[in-house]
Write a protein that binds this ligand. Sequence first.
Ligand code: FAD
Length: 447
Amino acid sequence: VNDFNEKLSSIVGRENVIVDLSSRKQLSKDFYWYSPVLTDMLDDKIADYIVKPSNEEEIKGILSIAVQNKIPVTVRGAGTGNYGQIIPMDGGILIDTTRMNRIIQIEDGSIRVEPGVKLGLIEKKLREGNQELCIYPSTFIKATAGGFVSGGSGGIGSISWGNLWDGNVLELRVLTMEENPRVLTVKGEEMMNYIHSYGTTGILTEVVFRTTKRVEWKQCIASFSNLENSLIFSEKIAKDSTIKKRSISTCEWPIPSYFQPLEKVIEPDKHIVILEVEDHSFELVKSLVSEHEGTVTYEIPPSNYQKGIRLSDFTWNHTTLWALRANEKMTYLQGSFSLDSYLEQIKLIKEKYKDEFYNHFDWMRSNGEIIPQQIPLVRYKTKEHLSEMISFCESIGVKIFDPHTNLLDKGGWEAYIDSVVQKKNENDPYGLLNPGKIGVVTDLVKG
Ligand code: FAD
């Protein structure tokens, strides 16, 4: 063990190999605890070494000795993933990329970065130069470029630009898990073998994101007494191509009651829509709010955008976080509802599950289609009850992406899994990269 430690130290420097137990425990975790199912399963997993390289050459060196010694390697960015993606199932080395934090090049329409750069910094630099990211997760202040591409999906901006795989990643530089790691430049369709693949097919050393022209965003909250009105209003904004928007998040009461920092502006029993819209469309948005019997109850001007209170901190999976902070025995699901029948779908769910299911939509657009996507809060009873709820949702046409599994192919990625496994075999012939995260591979190993 000491010998191996020496080898790692000779590559990255002694101060960048972490072996003490409490740091290893802490860095081996992400937000898997959102799920009671994953908590039971993953609580005791821990890396043997945490290594913090500062450049691609150092990662090559780490991979090379890991392959020689058949030691598993997992990568971590900021560790904000929700499905235990960075949790090393078989110990081994956890590569922390946060020292690889250089912005390499900004061009009109793109930005090239190292994997450990925080998305918040990328967005800040872009806005200073009159551009912005097309999409970023609500965790952007902490989350890294490599972690978003390998573990995330979409977020703020997805209502206009779709998910990661809708053209928002332009190029990747990837290292393979071989004794002599190859450097690959990956573009186009081939990127589907790396995007949202939990770092099982290669290690990203550079990411190129699509960027767009900076917009002056106004944030606001519209409140409604009637849930259906709040949803029809949200749908109208989502569909209206004359209104530029970055985010539409619809939360059924009592979800807004969990948003502690917004306490003063949340009205009891009101369902809310959290919006980011272009400043000069705001008057139009306001008139649409009134048309749907709602009221704008909070506004943040563009001059305070991404400063102080950020309304994105109450959207996407942040919504779940506030409920957990309020000590609610809640967990969550992720699902795509149908645009032509989502009102009927939520009626059926409410009839069956009542206050065990609270609607939270983050509207998005993928392949040109508007999708009423949800991260609903659900009351947790047992694993079986949760599975039954998932089955019920699917029986009425809601596509659920199960967040209570650490397996890529069980969490909604089954359509891509054959291609990902083929790429994994090519790039990682000994199955050492983030092992235990692909169900079909794990089943094969178990025999
Ligand atoms: P990590 O958690 O560190 O890693 C994620 C995955 O990427 C892991 O499998 C890891 O092994 C792999 N990885 C990291 N770096 C590399 C690399 N260089 N090469 C290969 N593999 C790598 N996600 C969304 O998509 N949208 C949201 O709006 C969103 N909101 C969230 C809100 C909250 C409150 C929380 C807790 C999570 C949310 N997430 C969301 C999930 C997560 O925050 C994001 O996906 C985030 O971008 C992950 O970045 P990270 O740096 O923390 O990645």
